[in-house]
Design a binder for this molecule. Sequence first.
Ligand SMILES: [Zn+2]
Length: 409
Amino acid sequence: MKLNASNELKSRLAHAAENGSGIARDILAELKKNVDVTEIVRGFYNHFSTKRKRTSCDGFQKIRIVFTACNKDLANEHFPDRNNPQAPLFPENRVDMEPSTFIKLFKNLPEYPETDMAYFASAICVDSKVTVRLLEGMQNIYEAYDGDNYSPIADDITSSLHNSCMRYPEKARNAADFYANFAGAKILVARDGSNNVLGRAIVWENVRCPGNGYGLDTVSLTDRMYSSHAFVIRMMQNEARRLGILLRRKFNDCQHSNEFVALSSPRGTGLAAGQELQQALIVDVPAFRWHKKGVPYMDTFYSIAIKDGKIELRNYQGDGQIAICRNTGGNATRHNSVCPGCGRLHDNPDRIFCSPCRSSLYTSTVFGEVIKGTAREYKGKVYPSVLFKKGRPIPPFRTYLQMEKLFMA
Ligand SMILES: [Zn+2]
């Protein structure tokens, strides 16, 4: 008898192979052999199919795939359903098995490493071709963050995508506004054939890495990867490598912000592919005039600082720090304020101006301290006119206004 497999099983294998599972590819090749099933499979196993094991979670379903098969010796004279053509399909004549057990039934296939077995078990859960793309712009980032666009299924209840704190519309809005209009970051997005999002990771280019011992001027890196299925992480890493992105996060978590793994080994550097490194990194914030409000929770570049009048995102805390992006409310946590009069930093959250500016701008009256001079309107709000020159905000005031947007949820 020839090997018999259900259409869903064959479709899942074909998609898993397309999505990078070598084991799925090998099994498909076995299925296509025009030989007796006993030359391919151990024991009496045949009539293979797949079954979905569902667990309902908050906003999605965990679906794991188990394989099923008839394991009876149909020709045995003691087999009760002998000669019944439906025999292999009766549930009582079938067994469920884990993906790893299914793989091991194929007698011509080699022993596979544990990582390949896990990849197969995850990839078999997605019956669709997955495509990973590098995208930019506010709309693309918003769509990748908005939970309504996520795949309705995951391979684990702990799905980092479905549990992401930035999945709600107003949080996704602030994340997209910040990454596109303030930080100048891009995004790697994995989608299935129906355009459901299965994974995403922010991509940083032209990142400075002061004091590295590898002769690198700047690096590119993928930030923490969020995914519905484990294998999608590997797909995103492979695509990042293909695109020439140099580093990825060593751990997909919100700690370990300075630990990375090299995806490749660029010529002229002492860096080997797979090499682990700890590194302080700095993103020079580009032109950011269109940023309107808010910040996301940041896994890597969580510290916003000012150095020599220029704004930096850092993966460490240090001098000149203005804000920390480590809350899930959609805005930054204040550490220092920029004085709109002179641009100096001060840490008195109750005051707008630094002490020197305060003494020169304010005058004491019997009714208390008042700002000298006149007032003028700017973008619907009234400010002291000393903060304008020729009708335009002076540079420190412009920086002040820009920084204040970080604290708006
Ligand atoms: Zn000042």
